[in-house]
Design a protein around this ligand. Sequence first.
Ligand SMILES: [Zn+2]
Length: 535
Amino acid sequence: MAWADKQQSADLVLTGGTIVTMDASMPSAEAIAIRGDKIVWLGKNAESSHWIGKSTQVIDLKGASVFPGLIDSHAHITSLGTSHVTIDLVGTTDLESVLTKVRERAAASGGSDWVQGRGWDQNDWPEKKFPTAADLDGVSNGHPVFLERIDGHAAWVNSAAMQLAGLSAATKDPEGGKLLRDEQGNPTGILVDNAVELVASKMKALSKQEIIERTKLAAQDALSKGITMIQDAGSSQGDIEAWREMVEKNELPVRIYSMVWMPSDFGEAYLKGGPKNYGTYLDVRSLKLILDGAMGSRGAAMLEPYVDDPGNKGLLMWKEPDMMRVLKAAKSAGIQVCIHAIGNRANRMVLDAYEKIGVKGLRWRIEHAQLLSPQDIPRFAQLDVIASMQPTHATSDMPWYADRVGQERTKAGAYVWRNLLNYKTIIAGGSDAPVEDINPIWGLYSAITREDHDGKPEGGWLPEQIVTREEALRMFTVDAAYAAFREKDLGTLTAGKLADMIVMPENLMTCEPKAMITMRPLYTIVGGKIRYQSK
Ligand SMILES: [Zn+2]
């Protein structure tokens, strides 16, 4: 550190703690100094006084621990905000409790407003069967009802919603989508993957102001749990316009890295125009495609049929030539590609496509990479493909995973973090919020235990795939920053980098794993500003 720099005091100094930097050149420190939006110094408590001037804010950590700000590599910002204003059905344990919530909201809603909710999961109900429109009709009070499944890959609607969309026995399944039907061929009210759009398109798009409000709700949720940057896995034109306005007004409290949604007209224009940067808070340099569905609604594309649905191998939303056209255009525009692939067939298709294109050094990603065929596991590292994975999906899906795909495929390829790391694959950690809670500490917990919050199954589900704390933290810091081309200014606590950090009451590297379930940050700091402080 040059003496000239030391003449000027810092704006904020944290002292008296354990600072875990994730930077190999200086793994730990006791104090840290911030000036403007950057880290200017890390070192011993005794030296921190050099940085403290008249107007310096000093936080005595009293033994608390500091970590780099956690990065969510895959979440849906606007949907997360929406989940805070629509009916929350996450964790509902039977059909009846869902209907009660819908009845209450429908009774309180005006005119012909849509009643919206999300988060139901028939796997959590005793019936384990998909519900129907008829179930909702009795409680909807004349409103159209749209309830998104927990995974975002299916919707449950009532008859009024189906009428507005003109759905009947004559409606054909769209490409990459499916309407569940009764024996007479009438739609039952469950729409899978691309069929969701048949009804969703009848609801009016969010205004810019609504997106801004929902982004603020999502950001507060994220900050309160230790997230300083969210990588948005599928942004619309409206999202990006709203965020640009927030950046201009200095109103965006978390950093956003945007993957533009494809297929869309906006995405096509972006393929011609290339990446855009709007300062340190907003980057638009990636593209998101969804190749298959999800495991919970049996839409994930499989090499062999589902064990509990023989004859079904899932759904593909893209034809190979269409996907290749987009990938080629993205490569020549310098745009990163992130493709959602859950089933082993979808993962192989993406790896094959990336191999054909040649993606070394491009940091192209596969989002989820949940079920891999063993022969495809080494290909991530060989082809230089980032696996963007969500540890909490593993611990949410584990009760029914083997019922869907069988023991053998599960053991060989489900959420194989350890195997991927053994080949030196970069894994970027995320939550897929609002599919899962955005809490990254829960992500760390799942990654190091593979147990649920009750500690089940003891020793972990497929424990051979457990990772170390250091590796888990890398997924949500260093490697998440790398996956967004931000390793030069984010991901570690290093002098010269942006001052994004969290203060935790205990050391995540040494605490009881169980303590992670309830542990929340004391402070979340983004660009040197305290954006969240626990009460
Ligand atoms: Zn997602």
